[in-house]
Design a protein. Sequence first.
Length: 198
Amino acid sequence: MRISPEIEALMSRLARLPGLGPRSARRAALALLQAPETRLQPLINAMQEAARAIHTCPQCGNLDSCTPCSLCADPQRDSSVICVVESVGDLWALERAGMHRGRYQVLGGVLSALSGCGPDDLNLTGLMERIQAGGVEEVILALGATVEGATTAHWLQEKLAPYEVAVSRLGHGVPMGGALDVLDEGTLAAALSSRKVL
């Protein structure tokens, strides 16, 4: 059966999204195209609006429509504690857990020779500026329990050693090989509560 190039292109784009393979993309494309007024057009509008309004926070690396992001601008958050995460998905997961009331720093990756991510590829500018400005007492390394996460945490611990700041790491609850953005809120809350200073 011949499928139009436009439908093929839509399915191909959808299949590139995390969690969607070719079969899921085919079902999603069909659902969108069968109800263009109620599903496809609102999705197009929402995507265009997000592309227009959402940007990366220059301080922490979060995604938001305001600058700085709503987390950095919140005066109720504790600016003396910065939680370092790999991705925005990890930040959102920790926020869902509701245990961290400090600030964040999104690295945008972890050190990995295989994927070609080195120290210069990590987003550390905001973190180092805030530490050098003073007032930061603790940095929580909330990185996944993977070899790359452990390597990045060790490297960051050494980089922060010259500063008078406590460095801690997530404790029990994060399984080896686990990624933060797929863990439930209870596990994340336990991990954040049981962190220990390195």
